[in-house]
Design a protein around this ligand. Structure first.
Ligand SMILES: *Cc1c(COP(=O)(O)O)cnc(C)c1O
Length: 371
């Protein structure tokens, strides 16, 4: 079934960009055939680092690998504990586990991000790092978090996969910690034509180390292999395409905030529906990777909207620690568990027209008039 209002609309997104992207693809693939670790990747990394205001951006195969290498390159492994959340994509926690370290999960707050007041209680003699997730395009409370990390000498790695361009007290997501991870997955604010990710850091050593790690540990200039590495490079073609898309970033962020504003106005005052506009908003500049509401009768609302041709997404019906195979069920996270029963992401993408947004608002009203 074709949705009247799809959650993401890749064909429409790409058609809008076709005129600008075709010459890039023609040049990279057919004129130069530049595929691996070429100039386009370098240029993209430079622009991305400039956008954030950090010294280095390293293009990788995925946001997941950026997270994994952030921890791995910092020497985090067996016997270490990393404090993070369960209300996130499984990749956040998998990165910790795949390093050999133990994830220690703390609960979240009403804005879906880590409850930083719970960090200190979770610290043990084995704690090495804190891994906050800036979910849905809102930065976690980094003032408090960084203070705690400094006091206890913990490393901070940011999962900024959903927060490119979001700020807290004027500072961009992904620039607070020792390193940070961004995702270029197609549905993300800055999506590629396939998988991709970026590790950002101000550390020269970290950046160099990860550049070797992503390329089999090779120092290409001399032919030396310095250590065992991985193959997790960002494809040059993907980098060229994403680089070309970066100029639209401010416009896309503006449009997402505009859509969120329309939803806020249009959906205000519905009993049983909590909107993602939280207290103390002035500190935060959200980029709305997702527009997530907390809804009474969530599953019925999802069904109703689907029948009306409105595609939604529930992230996540089951928090990560509730999946038996992941062996994390000893964690008790009441807010995470409650929120997973209520959250639903309404359509949010830069292709939405104002008419489509108005239609979604109308449908939500219709549901709550009956329910
Ligand atoms: C998308 C995402 C990731 C993983 O990024 P990939 O590029 O898909 O590997 C990690 N964490 C969060 C919060 C994400 O949304």
């Amino acid at each position: 079934m074709a949705y009247k209002v799809p959650f993401v609309d890749y064909p429409r997104h790409n058609r809008h960009l076709m005129k600008g992207l075709m010459p890039v693809i023609r040049d990279v693939v057919f004129n130069r055939a530049d595929f691996i670790l070429r100039g386009d990747l370098k240029q993209f990394e430079k622009t991305f680092a400039q956008f954030l205001g950090v010294r280095h951006a390293v293009g990788l195969n995925s946001g997941t690998d950026a997270l994994f290498l952030s921890l791995y390159a910092a020497g985090i492994g067996r016997g270490d504990e990393v404090i993070t959340v369960a209300h996130t994509f499984v990749a956040t926690i998998a990165a910790v586990v795949r390093c050999g370290a133990k994830p220690v999960l703390v609960d979240i707050k009403e804005d879906f991000n880590m409850n930083v007041d719970l960090i200190e209680k979770a610290i043990t003699s084995r704690t090495r790092a804190v891994l906050p997730v800036h979910l849905n395009g809102r930065v976690c409370d980094m003032a408090k978090l960084m203070g705690i990390a400094r006091k206890h000498r913990l490393m901070v790695v940011e999962d900024a996969a959903q927060a490119l361009g979001a700020t807290f007290n004027g500072q961009k997501a992904g620039t607070f910690g020792f390193s940070s991870c961004f995702s270029l997955y197609p549905a993300k604010l800055l999506g590629g034509i396939g998988d991709g990710g970026v590790l950002a850091t101000n550390s020269d050593r970290m950046a160099q180390h990860v550049r070797y790690l992503r390329d089999h540990g090779q120092k290409r200039e001399t032919g030396d292999v310095l250590f065992y590495g991985f193959n997790t490079r960002l494809d040059n073609l993907n980098a060229a395409v994403i680089h070309a898309k970066m100029r639209y970033l401010p416009e896309w962020i503006k449009r997402r905030r505009e859509i969120a504003g329309r939803c806020q106005k249009g959906l205000a005052g519905i009993p049983g529906l909590a909107l993602p506009h939280f207290e103390g908003n002035r500190k935060y500049f959200d980029i709305y990777q997702n527009y997530v509401v907390r809804a009474r009768k969530r599953d019925e609302l999802v069904d109703f909207l689907s029948r009306k041709g409105v595609e939604t997404l529930v992230s996540w019906r089951k928090p990560v620690h509730k999946h038996k195979g992941l062996k994390l069920s000893h964690f008790k996270l009441p807010v995470t568990e409650q929120i997973s029963k209520e959250v639903v992401s309404l359509p949010m993408n830069t292709e939405l027209t104002n008419q489509q947004v108005a239609y979604v608002i109308k449908c939500v009203h219709e549901f709550y008039q009956k329910n």
